[in-house]
Write a protein that binds this ligand. Sequence first.
Ligand SMILES: [Zn+2]
Length: 184
Amino acid sequence: MNLPPNFPALLTAAAAWIDSLEQQALAHGRPLAPHELAFAHHAGVREPQRIRVLELDHFPQPADPALCAAAQAYGLLSERTCGLTAGHGILLRRGVADARVLSHECRHVQQYEVAGSAVAFLTEYLGQIVEYGYWDAPLEKDACGHEVAQLGPISLSQEKPLTPALQDQMGSDSIEFASVMAFV
Ligand SMILES: [Zn+2]
């Protein structure tokens, strides 16, 4: 694998950033709702009760400029990002993320569990992103393979329905809409 020379520094910065996101999610997020636990079970998560979902209007960007630039360059973060997993913390963009995104992120939780630590996961995951690119990274393909597509969009939180503008965009084909969303 031909990693860029600053990969170790990026990995250290990424691990610190992911750790801070997980702490935020664990402190302020909500547990999976009963119907959402099915996604975690489908994804093979060992400890679904530990998952906390933090819904945000805007996704945080890494403070480290090099990490921020690298994440954007590799397509890991953009203004369209609507899901991100940090250990047992799942960050979702409020009103945009649907069942497909949540089921995808649940598989990343399972991958963190298998790796045993955030550093171990990120070493493998970010190495794959650099080597194969986002869409062909085996861990991403694995997460995509565990997505649960539903015929209609669901609101992750019943009291926070989708905005009318988003419903207009989605029309009757949530799958097509999902394909234009970005999540990592
Ligand atoms: Zn992913």
